[in-house]
Design a protein around this ligand. Structure first.
Ligand SMILES: CC(C)(COP(=O)(O)OP(=O)(O)OC[C@H]1O[C@@H](n2cnc3c(N)ncnc32)[C@H](O)[C@@H]1OP(=O)(O)O)[C@@H](O)C(=O)NCCC(=O)NCCS
Length: 150
């Protein structure tokens, strides 16, 4: 997905507004997850995001999203965000992992999606690392849910 940091997307310091970048990440990731699920998906979680390098107003933003890991109904999508000075340098600004759940559009309950079929060593590595992160996320979620219920 490609965007342009317009004045309305920037903060008072001339760099991209963090909330706007998060929205772009969410959209790019949702498209990747929705394509894999071939249907409705909702954002379940976004891992902690670190804005490593500011993206300047007027720069082009390139978001590359890919499904790393698929559980039963859940998917982890990795998004790499790059800034590009018009016609010039491209720089890695930040990366994020977003978890989606596929839902049955009528009953609004999680539904199973196709398993991932990694073909290359790199895809297998991404899937294994995604699975390890997903296990940690599930633990974190269980802790948060337990706190909410006490
Ligand atoms: C996400 C949601 C659908 C989960 O529904 P649920 O009834 O709790 O169902 P489950 O616990 O079975 O979760 C579904 C899957 O998502 C995973 N999941 C849910 N929340 C998660 C989280 N915070 N982190 C990681 N995985 C999560 C579960 O592990 C499960 O994975 P699996 O099917 O691959 O085993 C529900 O909590 C929800 O609707 N949340 C609000 C979503 C939303 O409004 N998003 C913003 C707008 S799109």
């Amino acid at each position: 997905m490609t965007q342009l940091v317009m004045p309305q997307d920037a903060n008072n310091w001339g760099t991209a507004f963090g909330g706007k970048v998060l929205a772009w990440i969410d959209i790019a990731a949702a498209i990747a997850a929705g394509r894999h699920a071939d249907g409705m998906v909702v954002t379940a979680a976004m891992d902690d995001v670190h804005f490593i390098r500011p993206i300047l107003r007027g720069d082009v933003v390139i978001l590359k999203a890919r499904v790393n890991y698929v559980g039963r109904s859940s998917m982890e999508v990795g998004v790499r965000v790059e800034g590009e000075v018009w016609g010039g340098e491209r720089y890695h600004a930040l990366s994020a992992y977003v978890t989606f759940a596929a839902l049955d559009p009528d009953k609004r309950v999680p539904r199973q999606v196709a398993a991932l079929d990694p073909q290359t060593d790199e895809e297998r590595r991404r899937a294994a690392q995604g699975e390890a992160r997903m296990l940690k996320r599930r633990e974190l979620r269980a802790t948060r849910l337990a706190r909410l219920n006490t």
